[in-house]
Write a protein that binds this ligand. Structure first.
Ligand code: XMP
Ligand code: MG
Length: 187
């Protein structure tokens, strides 16, 4: 039984916040909306590593349009559970975005620092338009106004893991979004 296995990651989960079924419903809903909104555009979908990789993989398959994909790795968090307040580009795009319509795919919008920065970066590179899709948002934590065009679910101000989102680089492979037991953070 999974519950009794010492190496099971599920035993560290206190609560499931967004189930696999709810995630896939959001993927379908956002995929359809993007398909309508970007028809006829030169679309490039940019996933923000590492947290957005799972959502990105599912979302692009729900968008029925020609597209390019690329990734950026941006850091506003270390391995701690609080924001450092600064944004750094750790890995930049390998393609050009000039004149293209950009959809940025993010796992979770928290303070808004990362996406307000990235939106400015895209605009400075001469994109035609830029839109944002995020699986999760924590509106109560917002410090910078960001125009998030497509949102999966709003979540409370809890540190979440799973479906790409980590705690200290672990738990990204949980098939749902959840909250860890307090003792896991204290280890
Ligand atoms: P900002 O504050 O710039 O943050 O909007 C966006 C990034 O912060 C990370 N983040 C989290 N990561 N659990 C995590 O593992 C969380 O609850 C959480 N909240 C924010 C996330 O990587 C996002 O890209
Ligand atoms: Mg993260």
């Amino acid at each position: 039984m999974a519950e009794t296995r010492v190496d099971s990651i599920e035993r560290d989960v206190a609560e499931v916040l967004v189930s696999k079924e709810e995630i896939m419903a959001a993927v379908e809903r956002i995929g359809k909306a993007v398909t309508e909104d970007f028809r006829g555009e030169s679309l490039i979908v940019i996933g923000i590593l590492k947290g957005a990789f799972a959502f990105m993989a599912d979302l692009i398959q729900a968008i029925d349009l020609p597209m390019e994909i690329d990734f950026m790795d941006v850091s506003s968090y270390g391995t701690s559970t609080t924001s450092s307040g600064e944004v750094r580009i750790l890995k930049d795009l390998s393609t050009t975005v000039e004149g293209k319509s950009v959809l940025i795919v993010e796992d979770i919008v928290d303070t808004g620092l990362t996406l307000s920065y990235l939106t400015k970066v895209m605009e400075s590179r001469g994109v035609k338009k830029v839109a944002i899709a995020t699986l999760l948002t924590k509106p109560s934590r917002r410090e910078r106004a960001v125009n998030v065009d497509y949102v999966g679910y709003e979540v409370a101000d809890k540190f979440v893991v799973g479906y790409g989102i980590d705690f200290a680089e672990k738990y990204r492979n949980l098939p749902y979004v959840g909250v860890l037991k307090p003792e896991v953070y204290e280890k």
